[in-house]
Design a protein around this ligand. Structure first.
Ligand code: AMP
Length: 138
């Protein structure tokens, strides 16, 4: 398996080299808003320690990340009065992964509302307001 590259964008976020809109953090994990949101409230959960994806993650990294995924997913469902939550997680290029630091996407979902296509930058004021909705429900 390809080695972890510490120049990936999420490693830079963890080192404070580029900004992020933080939703939640603890000793082991960080949750921040996706800058190209496919749903209102689209956010990402990552471990603070290096691994590319689920395929090389340790039990401890996965356990910590999934605890935070559940915690934020519950808050996102409440904060957005959502009907459900979609989780997405991609492994290696062929699996759809673009950033090679393990992450889970969290999407609040409403009945009959489709996800937007990928790749469009979000409005930062809206993203910040959506983060606050989740934070308020944590
Ligand atoms: P993937 O690896 O396919 O799960 O896609 C990476 C995700 O990271 C995409 O949803 C991007 O919109 C998101 N993303 C890329 N750069 C940033 C960034 N600087 N801050 C927040 N999200 C990002």
């Amino acid at each position: 398996m390809t080695a972890y590259d510490d120049q990936n964008i999420f490693a830079k976020i963890l080192r404070g080299e580029i900004p992020n809109v933080t939703v939640y953090e603890d000793d082991d994990t960080l949750c921040f808003m996706d800058i190209m949101p496919r749903t209102d409230g689209h956010c990402l959960v990552i471990p603070k320690t290096p691994c590319r994806n689920v395929l090389d993650a340790s039990d401890a990294q996965l356990a910590a990340v999934m605890r935070t995924v559940r915690r934020v997913a519950r808050a996102a469902k409440a904060g957005f009065d959502a009907d459900g939550i979609t989780l997405q997680q991609f492994n290696e290029t062929a699996g759809g992964q673009e950033v090679f630091h393990l992450h889970f996407h969290i999407h609040p979902r409403h009945e009959g509302v489709a996800m937007r296509p990928p790749g469009t930058m979000g409005d930062m004021d809206a993203i910040k307001a959506h983060a606050e909705k989740i934070r308020a429900a944590l």
